[in-house]
Ligand binder design. Structure first.
Ligand SMILES: C[S@@+](CC[C@H](N)C(=O)[O-])C[C@H]1O[C@@H](n2cnc3c(N)ncnc32)[C@H](O)[C@@H]1O
Length: 263
């Protein structure tokens, strides 16, 4: 198996992980994961065992409703903070017997095969997407399901990035157009369904948290730059009438789904 690196590794600092967890929890309030085409795709490919491996389970947006739908879920999650949120959500719903939490990074985690391998909004973090995908195929007997953004995720901060780093491009996590050619090269012709998520301010609803999170994203290191960012932020919040969003104009999601090839 090659260990070729196709994508730049995205390491989320624990501080941002907190924002991410809050964002995921907030998005649960906005739209129930059960109502998404991702969830429907998983349900439609379950077999008699109703087993799923949820790679990068986060706070359990999919793990918990899947367990409520009678599935056994192996939830792979490297972040201790995310696992704490996940375990709390599982305990509240008394689903401990259906959910097995596995700490670690895909594809370096061993799991026994499940019917469906799900990776929702996680493959873009991996520098080794080919190995990631091959390990999904090895872990699934019926279906592999990947959800990935179509629209560049951080395009809303490009202008701010240019203020602080005029000499280099903003890092952009891989999106659908980066994934699909790579699947084709691997010999996988996947079904794709694209849907639109309602635009939500997500993570950055609270200006104080926005400042902290943006400073991380923009790789700001000095107090002078942080002060400059605070001023720019205030201006933007005023312009946007108090509402605050750096999310891209459109947020389309691709549900990429295929039958795993037997190895
Ligand atoms: C944006 S969240 C998505 C969480 C969940 N799938 C959802 O849709 O709500 C991405 C999660 O993937 C985890 N993650 C990042 N790299 C990973 C890897 N290589 N293997 C497994 N999980 C990973 C992060 O810790 C984080 O919890």
């Amino acid at each position: 198996m090659s260990s070729q690196t196709d994508w730049q590794e995205i390491v989320v600092p624990e501080k941002l992980m907190n924002h991410m967890a809050e964002g995921l929890r907030a998005s649960q309030e906005g739209r129930d994961a059960k109502d998404t085409p991702i969830f429907q795709e998983i349900l439609s490919h379950l077999g008699a065992q109703r087993s799923v491996v949820d790679i990068g389970a986060g706070v359990g947006r999919f793990t918990v409703p899947l367990a409520e739908h009678g599935c056994t879920v192996w939830a792979v999650e490297p972040s201790e903070l995310m696992r704490a949120h996940l375990q709390e959500a599982v305990a509240i719903k008394e689903l401990e017997s259906a959910v097995h939490t596995l700490p670690g990074m895909w594809p370096d985690v061993e799991v026994s095969a499940a019917e469906v391998a799900l990776a929702a909004f996680v493959i873009h973090f991996s520098p080794r997407p080919r190995e990631f995908v091959r390990a999904m195929e090895a872990a699934a007997t019926e279906r592999c399901v990947v959800a990935i953004h179509v629209d560049p995720m951080f395009s809303g901060i490009n202008d701010l990035w240019r203020v602080f780093h005029p000499d280099r491009m903003a890092p952009q996590p891989p999106v659908f157009r980066d994934l699909y050619p790579l699947l084709l090269e691997e010999g996988i012709v996947a079904d794709v369904h694209v849907y639109e998520e309602p635009r939500n301010g997500g993570f950055w609803r609270d200006p104080a948290k926005a400042l902290e999170g943006l400073a991380e994203l923009l790789q700001i290191e000095t107090d002078v730059e942080r002060e400059q960012l605070a001023v720019l932020l205030r201006e933007r919040i005023e312009k946007q009438g108090g509402a605050f969003s750096f999310a891209p104009q459109a947020s389309r999601i691709a549900v990429v789904s295929w039958q795993p090839r037997m190895t």
